[in-house]
Design a protein around this ligand. Sequence first.
Ligand SMILES: Nc1nc2c(ncn2[C@@H]2O[C@H](COP(=O)(O)OP(=O)(O)OP(=O)(O)O)[C@@H](O)[C@H]2O)c(=O)[nH]1
Ligand SMILES: [Mg+2]
Length: 292
Amino acid sequence: MSRKKTPKTKGASAPAASALPAANGSRPTRPGTARPVPQARPNGPPQPGRPSLGGGDFYDVAFKVMLVGDSGVGKTCLLVRFKDGAFLAGTFISTVGIDFRNKVLDVDGMKVKLQIWDTAGQERFRSVTHAYYRDAHALLLLYDVTNKASFDNIQLAPQAWLTETQEYAQHDVVLMLLGNKVDSAQERAVKREDGEKLAKVSQGRVGGQRCPWGPGLGLSPSGCHLAGSTCLQEYGLPFMETSAKTGLNVDLAFTAIAKELKQRSMKAPSEPRFRLHDYVKREGRSASCCIP
Ligand SMILES: Nc1nc2c(ncn2[C@@H]2O[C@H](COP(=O)(O)OP(=O)(O)OP(=O)(O)O)[C@@H](O)[C@H]2O)c(=O)[nH]1
Ligand SMILES: [Mg+2]
């Protein structure tokens, strides 16, 4: 693989004010970045140092990762924890539109730059988010373990985040399910097992298309089946519980994504195949391990 490096500058900083419509909801809002909608492109092997991923730190390969999920599940806090190692306590400031941060990781001797897009969970920004899905190499789907509705919304209408990713993201996008706020043990409303179950059998619509086989023929080899007139596909998503507050499994989630994307981008990997599920299962720490 050819390696192109961009000149080192001070790390990319958070974007300034948004030109998106002013917030008129009940919550204070954190300005995101008003950026031009990215051009759709095939999600082929990511190219080293793509200009679209910007300059900044040295890196060998770069990827776009998107955080999605209901408003308040902790997307921004998760990103800030990963990028700065800090927790945004205090008043909840809802993201407006979309924002991003860059971080370069050393993955097995290679510099992997993640450009992480922090989307607004509020319904009124949905169309902004839709425009960015197609450019994403990986999607982190978040719910809040203290908020059952945010868990249900991963699959069920009106939000149905998983279905939405199927409609707007590339078919080979890397998905991961995260149950955040596990530090709030007293307020837990979603059991870990329920998260695991959802990750195991979560379903998404197959690109709005009809199943390629007839009704009543059951599961296809690709795991698709018909529900009424809708073609559904079952996924085995990697899953972890996280805490942006304590940092539990936060670095791990992003590192796992970086490892998977890096491996996929190598034409002839010299290392043994990276197995995302196994890695996350092996390395993930449970919430009970870290309660003081
Ligand atoms: N206890 C606890 N609180 C958290 C955690 N992560 C986020 N929070 C709190 O949850 C609230 C919402 O966090 P945000 O990160 O702003 O939520 P968001 O998903 O970005 O919300 P939108 O920008 O509206 O989509 C804030 O008050 C945070 O302090 C966590 O891991 N544990
Ligand atoms: Mg936010």
